[in-house]
Design a protein around this ligand. Structure first.
Ligand SMILES: Nc1ncnc2c1ncn2[C@@H]1O[C@H](COP(=O)(O)OP(=O)(O)O)[C@@H](O)[C@H]1O
Ligand SMILES: [Mg+2]
Length: 306
């Protein structure tokens, strides 16, 4: 379990993280979502023990991180948002090097390196220089590096940023696999959609503060205000207007050709009833469909600035 209380970080007079209270249960994948500059990197670096908080506490498995860092470091795998140095190493040497940092023996390093390269689909690149890898491959190698000492907790900072669609999907597949291994994951991203495939809970951070948290379905339910509904009619447009006019759930109606567009504030059951009424008077419709609110819509709503 990762628990922060009133976590705060100031860079001079700039308050990058303001009184953050997080509770992330063991074995869960937590997505930390927020726009650029929200304080994600600052938070992740504090959780990794790389940046001292200005105020507040971080407990990992009930151990105070700032007081007993050495007991916690071996349990944490941190993936930074930038690849950093060591580009002149070969792929296997890169992992071997970090294995040495964690004092793994030669046999362990060899088997971990082989297993991890297999897991991140880079076995065929083992003898290549890191500098020759594409960004997608480098991100995958970074994931492998993060796992070299088999940590229980993974802190990943924007793992999918800057990747082309295919590389992004490949990396998401790997993260999804990882999320089923019982490890605790904290993954920062500015793309809510990327986190939705493997995170059980989400926290939305903006201006250094947590503005929302919960499961994805909790957030969707909470922020979904009205439905956008389309009704496609074959005929009877004049009569449909009359029926719609009697439905108190309708916020707005607009008609374009044979398509009726509604903003609807009722439940799915209300909508089914409306559909039945339209059918009952003999208006022929080819379909009723609802435009799903995307995750990004929700995200934009929550982080909307006044
Ligand atoms: N080393 C630093 N010195 C001064 N300000 C910083 C430093 N690092 C980050 N900041 C500022 O703190 C805020 C949060 O940054 P950051 O944690 O990197 O956000 P995110 O990762 O969500 O984009 C931003 O306003 C950023 O400019
Ligand atoms: Mg960042």
């Amino acid at each position: 379990m990762i628990k922060t209380q009133n976590l705060n970080k100031k860079y001079g007079s700039l308050e990058a993280v303001k009184g953050l209270n997080l509770e992330i249960r063991e074995g869960t994948s937590f997505g930390l979502v927020g726009p650029n500059g929200a304080g994600k990197t600052t938070t992740i670096r504090m959780l990794a023990g790389l940046l001292p908080p200005t105020d507040g506490t971080i407990e990992i498995n009930e151990i105070d991180l700032t007081r007993s860092p050495r007991r916690i470091y071996p349990k944490i795998g941190y993936m930074p948002d930038e690849f950093g140095l060591y580009k002149d190493l070969k792929v296997w040497e890169y992992l071997d090097y970090f294995g040495r940092c964690y004092r793994l023996g030669a046999a362990d390093r060899k088997s971990r390196t082989d297993d991890l390269l297999h897991m991140v689909r880079l076995s065929h690149k083992m003898q290549d220089y890191v500098s020759s890898l594409s960004r997608g491959m480098r991100q995958r190698l970074l994931v492998a590096k993060t796992l070299i000492h088999d940590p229980d907790i993974l802190l990943l900072d924007e793992p999918t940023s800057g990747l082309d669609p295919r590389s992004r999907i490949e990396l998401l597949e790997i993260l999804k696999e990882l999320s089923t291994t019982g490890r605790t994951m904290v993954v920062a991203s500015n793309i809510l959609y990327d986190l939705s495939s493997f995170c059980n809970s989400l926290g939305i951070i903006d201006n250094g503060a947590l503005v929302e948290s919960g499961t994805l379905s909790e957030l969707s339910e909470k922020y979904k205000k009205e439905r956008k509904v389309y009704i496609h009619v074959v005929d009877g447009l004049e009569r449909i207007e009359e029926i719609l006019g009697q439905d108190k759930n309708i916020v707005a109606i607009s008609i374009e050709g044979k398509h009726v567009r509604l903003r609807y504030d009722g439940t799915a059951a209300d909508l089914a009833e409306l559909n039945a009424k339209i059918n009952a008077v003999g208006i022929r419709i080819t379909g009723v469909c609802e435009e799903k609110e995307t995750l990004e819509d929700i995200f934009l709503k929550i982080t909307e600035r006044e």
